[in-house]
Design a protein around this ligand. Structure first.
Ligand code: GLY
Length: 370
């Protein structure tokens, strides 16, 4: 368990409400929130069971702690810990989860808690959506990427060998509980990974937020204001989700940098750059391309690259993989039979959607070496 200060423990957490009619839910954000986990759960019937899904890394730090708090609050609990990593977000991981839920005699009146990063949140959310045609679940994201992005919005899925998130659904959690202090144990690489998504929100709709991020020199400086950063990101995320829950229009802006990012990850069989690193390269490259085509205000790419580098993120595409990356984009487009809608920046803090031609990503500006 990590050290936590008395002041943090007593501070009231912040609450945002994702307003989706009968599927509305709160996002709680607060340092020390984990200690008050049981208070922030949705209403449960007396004797309700709580099933915790986690991975071995997170379990080692927080599994016993979470389970103890819930037991002390009177809930029967069961915990299942899986291998960490993207490979776990597969169909093969589902049967053991369903079996453990059955073995624990979980019904639709009980609750699943996903305690982990994006893999556990997506996989557990999909298991919750499908077990007995849907049981309630609560997200407790433990990675920065999950705290600022994937835990909010109800996208749950598993991967197929052909690509990520190819089977899933929209299934909203009953609550998202975010304790920024959990990030203290996050390895540096995964901290930077999440910073790519943080910077993304600034790029697409919040220039003032980008300026604030530019004033934060290192991880300690970021951590000192982390609750604010998470709140800003979750406010943006919630407003996109409320406007376009099913990702048919406005929500697509959240995919800034992701067409190239996903293609980089696919070309490396998900064993090379992390998601955030790939998205950082994708955001920088697409902005260099759009700037060269006069679709973006001059100077935008340079400012964006400076900020990404400041937060330890890569900006240049892996040129040696160009063929595979372009093939991955073409395959994706062919498989899904749609025009390639990409997110471009007008300037920092303002994005728009653009129908890209097949040669768009081939442009030299995107492939400059360091
Ligand atoms: N992570 C993008 C979305 O939730 O739409």
């Amino acid at each position: 368990m990590i050290e936590r200060e008395e002041t943090a423990r007593s501070r009231e957490p912040r609450r945002l409400l994702v307003e989706l009619g009968e599927n509305s839910y709160p996002i709680w954000i607060g340092e020390g929130l984990m200690d008050r986990l049981a208070e922030k759960l949705p209403p449960l019937q007396p004797g309700a069971r709580i099933f915790i899904l986690t991975d071995h890394h997170v379990d080692a730090f927080y599994g016993d702690w979470a389970e103890r708090i819930l037991r002390e609050a009177g809930y029967p609990t069961r915990r299942l810990s899986l291998e960490p990593g993207e490979a776990t977000k597969a169909f093969g991981s589902l049967p053991p989860i369903y079996e453990a839920l059955l073995d624990f005699q979980c019904t639709r009146k009980d609750l699943m808690i996903t305690l982990g990063g994006g893999v556990i949140g997506d996989l557990g959310g999909f298991a919750a959506a499908t077990y007995l045609r849907g049981m309630p679940f609560v997200q407790i994201p433990t990675s920065l990427l999950a705290q600022v992005d994937s835990s909010v919005g109800g996208k749950v899925a598993v991967d197929l060998p052909q690509g990520k998130n190819l089977v899933g659904c929209f299934y909203q959690p009953k609550a998202v509980l975010i304790d920024p202090l959990l990030l203290q144990t996050l390895p540096e690489r995964y901290f930077r990974d999440g910073m790519a998504e943080v910077i993304k929100y600034g790029c697409i709709r919040d220039a003032a937020f980008l300026e604030r991020l530019a004033g934060l020199a290192d991880r300690n400086a970021v951590m000192a204001v982390m609750a604010d950063i998470i709140e800003t990101c979750c406010r943006h995320k919630k407003s996109y989700v409320e406007a376009d829950e099913r990702d048919l229009g406005l929500r697509m802006h959240l995919n800034f940098g992701h067409t190239l990012g996903h293609a980089i990850e696919a070309s490396e069989h998900y064993e090379g750059h992390s998601h955030g690193e790939a998205v950082a390269m994708g955001m920088a490259a697409i902005t260099r391309i759009s700037e060269a085509m006069s679709l973006t205000q001059p100077g935008t790419a340079e400012k964006l690259e400076k900020l990404l580098r400041q937060h330890g993120l890569p900006c240049r595409m892996p040129v040696e993989k160009k063929k595979e990356i372009l093939a991955a984009i073409a395959t994706d487009k062919k498989n899904l039979g749609r025009t390639l809608k990409v997110v471009l920046l007008k300037t920092l803090g303002e994005s728009y959607l653009w129908d890209a031609s097949p040669s768009f990503f081939d442009a030299a500006a995107g492939w400059q070496a360091e």
